[in-house]
Design a protein. Structure first.
Length: 535
C-alpha cells in the first residue's frame, strides 16, 4: 500500500505482532504489516472466501484517550462515508467494523504505488501538463464526495496515492477521509466537534478552517490549490518553523508568486490564474465547485499552446474573427482588456466564472468543421490572419487609385480612457500569536484561571475578538519553587519575557543546647542533738 511495503514488513518481524496470522471477523486473514502511524497500522490481508488481497486498517487501542473522546465515532463516520464513494479515483472500502475484543478495522482495496508526497520529493517539481492531469482526477474524486454532502478537510499529498492503471502511471486514488465532515449531519445537529483542537494539516488548511468558521466544498478547493502550487514549484506556499506561524500565514499573508518560489519553472498564465483563484483568502472569491476547477484545468495546455503559436491573446483573436463575420467591413481589431487577477493572468475577452474564454470558442466553426477543437482554433486564426492581410492590400490599392481627401477622412477613434484598478483592500489580521518566554523555562501560564500554556517558552494563539490589539489579557505565571507572577499584556506587544523570583528557603532553626544542671546532691545529714528522733 506504500513505497516501503517490504521495509515495513521486515520491521514487523522484529517483534511479534498479535494480529499477524489472525482472522478478523472470520473474513480477513492478516499476513503482513504494511505501514504504521500514530493512530494505527495498515496490514496486508486476504479476504475469505474470495481470496482477494486487500489492506486492513486497524486502530491503535492506545490512541483514543481523554484528548480525543470522539475518535472511535469519527472512525466509523470515515468508514461509512468512504464506503458510499464509488468513483474510480477514490479508494474502495470493502468492509469495516469492530471485533468482540474491541479491534476497530476497515478493509479497503490494496494499492501498489506511492504517495503524491513521495512523487514530488523524487521529481523536485512537476511539469504543467502532469500537474493538470493529477489535479483533474482529484477534482473528479472530490466532486462525488461533495455531491453527497461530504467535505474531506484533510486533503494533502500524503493522502493522494499514485498507482499504475493499465498504461497510466499517474492514476489517482484519494485516501483517508479521517477528518471527513458530513454537512447533512451538521444540519441535523449531529456534528462532531473538538474544542480547542485544529482539525487538518497546517500547510494545507484554508483560512476559514484555521479560524474555526464554517467549512464547505471551497475549503477542499483551497487545499487543492496548495497541492497544485506545491506540484508546480516543489514547495508549499507557506512553510514556517512551527505550526502556529504557518496557520497565521494562511490567514494574513499573500501567496508568494510561483516564479519567486522557484525561478526554474515554466508555467502558463492559465494555470497561474487557476491556482491563484483556488487559494483566494475569501471563499467567495474561489471557484464555487470542483466542476468549475475541472473546467479551468481542462483548458490548461491546449489554450496556452494556441496563444504561443498565434501570438494573439484571446480578446485579439475574438475581435479579429468577429470583424471578418461582418459584411462589407474589414477586420476590426479591438485592444485586449487589462490583465487582472492575483497573478496577472490573461483576462481578455468575455470571462466565465473568472476563466479566460478558450480560443477554440473564438474561431467560427464553419472554418474547419472536420477538425478537433484545438486544431480548428489554429486553422481559424491563420485564415483570419490571411484575410486580414488581403483586406489591407486591397485597401492600399484602392487608396492609391482613389485618394481620399482629409476633409472626408474618418478620424481615428479616441483612445479609451485608462481604467484605474482600485488597490486591493488589506485583510485585517484575525489570527495573532503571542510569544511567551520566562526565566527560568518550564512555567505554566493561565488566563482567567484557564491554562493556555503548559510549559514555557510557548506561543499563545488568539483569534476572533481575542485578537483585538486593544484588548488586555491578564496572564498568571507559576512554577514550582518560584513566586507566582501576573502580567497585563496585549496581543500586539513584543514577545513577553517574564523573570520569575525564586522563593527564598526558610531559615533553618538550629536548637540551642542548654547547659546541663548539676546533679542533685543529698542534703547534709545533721549531727548532734536529737539526730535519731523522727519528730
Amino acid at each position: 500500500m506504500s513505497d516501503g511495503a517490504s521495509a515495513a514488513v521486515s520491521k514487523a518481524s522484529i517483534g511479534p505482532d498479535p494480529l499477524i496470522g489472525r482472522l478478523i471477523n472470520e473474513r480477513f486473514k492478516i499476513s503482513a504489516l504494511i505501514a504504521r502511524g500514530g493512530m494505527g497500522k495498515v496490514y496486508r490481508a486476504e479476504q475469505a472466501p474470495l481470496g482477494r488481497v486487500c489492506a486492513v486498517k486497524v486502530l491503535n487501542p492506545s490512541y483514543a484517550g481523554d484528548h480525543d473522546p470522539e475518535f472511535h465515532r469519527r472512525f466509523f463516520l470515515e468508514a461509512s462515508v468512504a464506503a458510499k464513494l464509488t468513483h474510480p479515483n477514490t479508494v474502495t472500502i470493502f468492509d469495516y467494523g469492530r471485533t468482540e475484543d474491541d479491534v476497530y478495522y476497515m478493509a479497503m482495496e490494496y494499492l501498489e504505488g506511492h504517495t503524491l508526497h513521495r512523487a514530488i520529493r523524487n521529481a523536485g517539481h512537476f511539469p504543467e501538463e502532469r500537474v493538470a492531469h493529477v489535479a483533474r482526477q482529484i477534482c473528479r474524486a472530490l466532486r462525488e464526495a461533495h455531491s453527497l454532502g461530504v467535505i474531506h478537510r484533510d486533503l494533502k499529498p500524503a493522502n493522494i496515492f499514485l498507482v499504475e492503471h493499465g498504461d497510466e502511471t499517474d492514476f489517482v486514488k484519494v485516501l483517508d477521509f479521517g477528518l471527513v465532515k458530513n454537512v447533512a449531519a451538521e444540519t441535523k445537529g449531529d456534528e462532531l466537534t473538538q474544542t480547542g483542537l485544529f482539525m487538518g494539516s497546517p500547510k494545507y488548511m484554508a483560512p476559514e478552517q484555521v479560524r474555526g468558521d464554517r467549512v464547505d466544498a471551497r475549503t477542499d478547493i483551497y487545499a487543492l490549490g496548495v497541492i497544485m502550487y506545491e506540484m508546480l514549484t516543489g514547495k508549499v506556499p507557506f512553510d514556517r518553523p512551527n505550526s502556529v506561524n504557518i496557520l497565521m500565514a494562511h490567514v494574513n499573508e499573500d501567496v508568494p508568486p510561483m516564479r519567486q518560489m522557484n525561478p526554474n519553472i515554466q508555467v502558463s498564465p492559465l494555470i497561474e490564474d487557476a491556482v491563484a483563484r483556488c487559494m483566494a483568502k475569501d471563499p467567495d472569491n474561489r471557484f464555487r465547485s470542483m466542476d468549475e476547477v475541472l473546467g479551468a484545468l481542462k483548458r490548461v495546455g491546449g489554450g496556452a499552446l494556441t496563444q504561443t503559436i498565434t501570438g494573439l491573446e484571446t480578446g485579439e483573436l475574438r475581435a479579429l474573427t468577429d470583424g471578418l463575420s461582418k459584411s462589407g467591413s474589414g477586420p476590426q481589431v479591438v485592444p485586449p482588456s487589462t490583465p487582472s487577477g492575483p497573478l496577472g493572468g490573461y483576462t481578455a475577452g468575455t470571462r466565465t466564472s473568472g476563466i479566460p474564454v478558450p480560443i477554440v470558442e473564438s474561431a467560427p466553426s464553419s472554418l474547419a468543421p472536420d477538425l478537433p477543437p484545438v486544431r480548428r482554433g489554429l486553422r481559424g486564426a491563420w485564415i483570419a490572419t490571411l484575410l486580414a492581410a488581403f483586406a489591407a492590400v486591397g485597401m492600399l490599392g484602392y487608396s492609391a487609385v482613389h485618394p481620399v481627401s482629409s476633409a472626408t477622412r474618418t478620424p481615428p477613434p479616441a483612445a479609451p480612457a485608462a481604467v484605474t484598478t482600485p488597490a486591493p483592500r488589506p485583510v485585517a489580521p484575525v489570527l495573532v500569536s503571542l510569544r511567551i518566554v520566562t526565566e527560568p523555562d518550564g512555567a505554566t501560564v493561565k488566563e482567567d484561571g484557564v491554562e493556555v500554556c503548559t510549559s514555557t517558552p510557548c506561543d499563545i494563539l488568539y483569534k476572533g475578538p481575542d485578537a483585538d490589539p486593544t484588548r488586555v489579557h491578564k496572564l498568571t505565571f507559576s512554577r514550582s519553587g518560584y513566586r507566582p507572577e501576573s502580567k497585563d499584556v496585549k496581543v500586539g506587544d513584543a514577545p513577553l519575557a517574564v523573570k520569575l523570583t525564586k522563593v527564598p528557603d526558610a531559615p533553618r532553626v538550629v536548637p540551642v543546647a542548654r547547659p546541663e544542671a548539676p546533679p542533685a546532691t543529698a542534703p547534709p545529714v545533721p549531727t548532734g542533738y536529737k539526730t535519731d528522733i523522727p519528730y
